[in-house]
Ligand binder design. Structure first.
Ligand SMILES: NC(=O)c1ccc[n+]([C@@H]2O[C@H](COP(=O)([O-])OP(=O)(O)OC[C@H]3O[C@@H](n4cnc5c(N)ncnc54)[C@H](O)[C@@H]3O)[C@@H](O)[C@H]2O)c1
Length: 251
């Protein structure tokens, strides 16, 4: 009997919301993970939960995905821990809700630094260390498809449009290495990112009623979509956008 090698993954934004749920879902599926987040305590809590789930050791690293030196160092450490890298999920992200005419250039840049440059840096560092058959999943948003209009505004929506294009660009560039790159575009998903907005019943009802299923997703539902795209079963999918939005973009 031959042992199937344990699949390995790096998940950014692992301390909270969709990233934390992805660490747990991948642990349920038998992966060993490294979580990277600015929030070291939150990332450690997710790693501990993953260990309880599949009895493997999981690592949490503190790093800012928009800082090139920190990303390079974190990926080096992660590879020492994991030995090989099968999967990258880039869930680290920030929201921005300032009205269009009031957004400062500094604020616009800071959103791009994390959501676009941070995603790019992590894809680049992962791809350097991946073998044929590896998978990358980025996290865009319906905001990138529709130009915002839910909770996020211009800086956020355009950064997520950037993630959509970046994902396709990476899929083209990394195809020769046998690496598939896709994105999940969630609609409203109940995580700390939108929790404050969701306290406003009128806002929540307006956004939910724009979706066919008239509801908000849970983080674990988005994690399931991500887990499929990074699985060996998704071997014919690259450069794709999986819209997980309760049927909002149909409108
Ligand atoms: N929640 C939603 O409704 C929703 C909808 C569409 C897309 N998204 C996207 O999903 C992704 C995950 O969001 P979430 O809802 O889980 O939010 P969240 O706020 O719960 O989690 C985001 C995580 O990213 C980390 N992070 C932020 N900046 C970082 C940086 N510079 N370096 C490292 N880590 C950093 C935070 O510490 C946090 O742990 C984001 O890209 C978000 O834009 C969320």
């Amino acid at each position: 009997m031959t042992d199937t090698p344990v699949r390995t993954a790096i998940v950014t934004g692992s301390a909270s919301g969709i990233g934390a749920a992805t660490v747990l879902e991948l642990a349920r599926q038998g992966y060993r993970t490294v979580g990277i987040d600015l929030d070291a305590a939150g990332a450690q809590a997710a790693a501990d939960e993953a260990t309880k789930t599949n009895r493997l050791s999981h690592l949490a690293l503190k790093a800012d995905v928009s800082d090139e030196a920190q990303v390079v160092q974190a990926f080096e450490q992660a590879l020492v821990f994991l030995g090989q890298l099968d999967v990258l999920v880039t869930s680290a992200g920030v929201a921005e809700t300032t009205p269009f005419m009031d957004i400062s250039v500094a604020s616009f840049r800071s959103v791009y630094e994390v959501n676009v440059i941070g995603t790019f840096l992590c894809i680049r560092e992962a791809a350097k260390r991946m073998q044929r058959g590896a998978r990358i999943c980025t996290i865009a948003s319906v905001a990138g498809l529709r130009g915002g209009g839910l909770s996020g505004t211009a800086a956020y929506a355009s950064s997520k449009g950037g993630v959509l294009a970046l994902t396709k660009s990476a899929a083209r560039s990394l195809a020769a290495q046998g690496i598939c790159v896709n994105t999940v575009a969630p609609g409203a998903t109940l995580t700390p990112m939108i929790a404050e907005h969701w306290k406003n019943d009128a806002h929540r009802t307006r956004v939910e009623s724009m979706s066919a299923l008239n509801r908000t997703a849970q983080a674990r539902e988005i994690a399931s979509s991500i887990a499929f795209l990074v699985s060996p079963q998704a071997s014919a999918i690259t450069g794709s956008t999986l819209v997980a939005d309760n049927g909002l973009m149909m409108y």
